[in-house]
Design a protein around this ligand. Structure first.
Ligand code: 3PG
Ligand code: MG
Length: 350
């Protein structure tokens, strides 16, 4: 795998540095629910400060804001507060959500120029967003001398291991909410894994029509709920026997057992995306079962990626029991396809 040049090789003394971090953290009532991505971004910021940068402007997207109400919901304020708590330094500035500007996702040069304005160089440390060719992840790298941050490099080095000779069986567990994004990636990944276990919202989506052209293990049972609510009427149903209008909000007990058995027999594991609405205790058992199975398999090289899966792992106190906790979910999956991510491709080689 080609490695982009490192921020360690940049001369940043007295410079104003634009850093793209992935501070797209899970939120809970306006609070940062899991700060893994913030903490993972600190080493690069600390390095820049230690090397004498005059100013460090940190930018990131947060969520997928669309409406005006979303602007209040996805303001960077709580993230900024957490950054300042963890790394108090007047030279650090956290910019407002890049996605408040439509030019971000459209990768408009005008917005990239706005970001680059007054900056001497650009450091991309946003591994979790490196699969997006957006103004802050790709466009701006064409306007300023670009370098890779320490987290981005470390993710590439660790995840690169999954692209080499891996021990089999390789079990891939996929869930989470960003179904549209991931189905295409899974389709491309195809035969890379020996077993693909599908849960969460993804399993709900493929119930009627499964677009994947390779065999996957779907749930045999789910925890059905009469509504999308924490206290909804709920019971275990067969995967194909969900009452009309009900939703499957977690994988059921038999599925948990089967998924855990697959994970226990694996020598390489990649898990991305929760198995249900784990933020609500009544629908958390499936995610918990997968997290525990991954953590219990000490013989496998295990990677858990994605902000929500990592949050679940942290809440269960299991993060130190897996081989690599990745800040990237979709980005890790796309890397597994063997493609170079646009955010990485935009940075010159070492
Ligand atoms: C993520 O959480 O996967 C990254 O931050 C990218 O977010 P996105 O899927 O909204 O582009
Ligand atoms: Mg995510």
């Amino acid at each position: 795998m080609r490695l982009p040049r490192s921020v360690r090789d940049a001369d940043v003394a007295e410079k104003t540095v634009l850093v793209r971090a992935d501070l797209n953290v899970p939120l809970d009532g306006g609070r940062v629910a899991d700060d893994t991505r913030i903490r993972a971004s600190l080493p690069t910021l600390e390095l820049l400060l230690a090397a004498g940068a005059a100013e460090v402007r940190v930018c990131s997207h947060l969520g997928r804001p669309k409406t005006d109400e979303d602007r209040a919901r996805y303001t960077m304020a709580p993230v900024e507060a957490r950054v300042q708590e963890l790394l108090p330094d007047p030279r650090i500035r956290v910019l407002e959500n890049t996605r408040f500007h439509p030019g971000e996702t459209a990768n408009e040069e005008a917005f990239a120029q706005e970001l680059a304005e007054g900056c001497d160089l650009y450091v991309n440390d946003a591994f979790g967003s490196a699969h997006r060719a957006h103004a802050s992840t790709e466009g701006v790298a064409r306007l300023l001398p670009a370098y890779a941050g320490l987290l981005l490099l470390s993710e590439l080095e660790h995840l690169g291991r999954l692209l080499g000779e891996i021990e089999r069986p390789f079990v891939l567990v996929s869930g989470g909410a960003k179904v549209e994004d991931k189905l295409g990636v899974l389709e491309h990944l195809g035969g890379a894994a020996d077993t693909v276990l599908i849960g969460g919202k993804m399993a709900e989506q493929v119930r009627m029509e499964n677009p994947l052209s390779f065999p996957v293990e779907l749930p045999v049972d789910v925890v059905g709920a009469a509504a999308f609510a924490e206290d909804a009427e709920s019971r275990v149903c067969g995967y194909d026997d969900l009452p009309e209008g009900w939703l499957g909000l977690d994988i059921g007990p038999e599925t948990r057992k089967r998924f855990a058995e697959h994970v226990a027999a694996a020598r390489t594991i990649f898990w991305n995306g929760p198995m249900g609405v784990f933020e609500w205790p009544r629908f958390a058992e499936g995610t918990k079962a997968v997290a525990e199975a991954v953590a219990a398999n000490r013989d496998a090289f295990s990677v858990v990626g994605g902000a929500d899966s990592v949050r679940a792992l942290n809440e269960l106190g299991l993060a130190d029991r897996v081989s690599w906790v990745s800040t990237g979910g979709g980005a890790s999956l796309e890397l597994l396809e063997g493609k170079e991510l646009p955010g990485v491709a935009a940075i010159p080689s070492a």
